[in-house]
Design a protein around this ligand. Sequence first.
Ligand code: SAJ
Length: 421
Amino acid sequence: KKICVVGLGYIGLPTASLLAIKGFEVHGVDTNRHAVELINQGEVHIVEPDLDIMVKAAVQSGQLHVSEEPEEADVFILAVPTPFEENQKPDLSYVRQAAASVAPYLRPGNIVILESTSPVGTTEMVARSILDARTDLTVSGSPQQAARRIYVAHCPERVMPGQILRELVENDRIIGGIDIESTQRTVAFYKQFVSGKILETNAKTAEMAKLTENSFRDVNIAFANELSLICDQLDINVWELIRLANHHPRVNILQPGPGVGGHCIAVDPWFLVHAAPEQAKLIHTARIVNDYKPGYVVNKVTERAKRLKSPVIACLGLSFKANIDDLRESPALAIVEHLAKARIGDIYAVEPHIQLLPASLAEAGVQLLETVEAVRKADIVLLLVNHDAFSHMDRNLLQEKIVIDTRGFFSESPRERVGVY
Ligand code: SAJ
């Protein structure tokens, strides 16, 4: 079997290399020429544990090759971004382009699988746009048309950055076709490399299930973030509070933080809000609560900095969550950018997972330093990401510092409750 994977990002590249290692012939496609060149040399343009080893092995075995153009195959997997526009409207242009790019290469019997997280109705849109481009093909199950038939399904990815390779194989998968045959053929394909359960449904329910999972998490984090604001008012340690409440057998509150980042949890709920604005009130409010948090942190720091003559601020962590290098949609990065632009003092950033600061920070005069050096120089220590790397730091370094801990990282002892909320 030959597989063509379109979009070689955080989902497409691990999937392509995993399939190649499992013995499929895989052709990967990306419009980013730099990424294509790197992968063909057995290297990677993204950081994910063990992905480099796997891609190298896949390329060296000859099972994985990539280019900027699709090729004929048996199964096409579309794993392209689905961001949203300024007005919270889903931007499906990458999905449209991906569908248009594979359409000329399709043959009867092929399966097209949309893995990108998508608004309800997108898989059907993909099928329609392919059939518009290829009037010789059909998705109809009638005996007369059987010889011209292709199959289209949605199988949302649900992997967690940082543990993608394991979760690709072990997670349960939801598969929803535009018809029963599409579902069944797609299930048969995934059974060849997924060890988790495979759950069958239709395309729309599969689309909504993925959006629901991420909205559930967003709402739960919003609850934690709201508690953190209330606790700040009432001078209560929110992490202690949540730890205690979670001892109840039916309570499981997530953790507050500087805001919700990444390209999933902060995006997907908007697809539901956009689809049903009147009904999706709670989901909408959760987005507002979580998006309020970065500005709240900026104000907190600014308030403290104003009381100092020439404040030096060490910002620990820039990525959107712990132990990854991904800075996209990161509330930590947004906070540091904001502080730097406001010129409230000298700012040092610490991010053990990157070598170079993003231009937005470098141009604003922020310097990248090692943890200890940055903390030593600082008056204010702003903990933004709970990276494991920070846990090796000698806590004595925090004596005499103003600690603003957005993740409850230093919050065990009463002394460290200063500035902790
Ligand atoms: N966060 C908190 N408090 C928490 C948990 C997370 O503030 O208690 C923040 C993180 O710091 C981060 C953001 O939320 O900024 C999102 O991080 P995450 O770890 O919750 O999720 P992602 O974006 O890395 O991955 C999610 C996962 N979805 C769910 O757990 C329901 C993953 O399984 C999905 O595959 C992924 O979205 C996706 O691609 O949709």
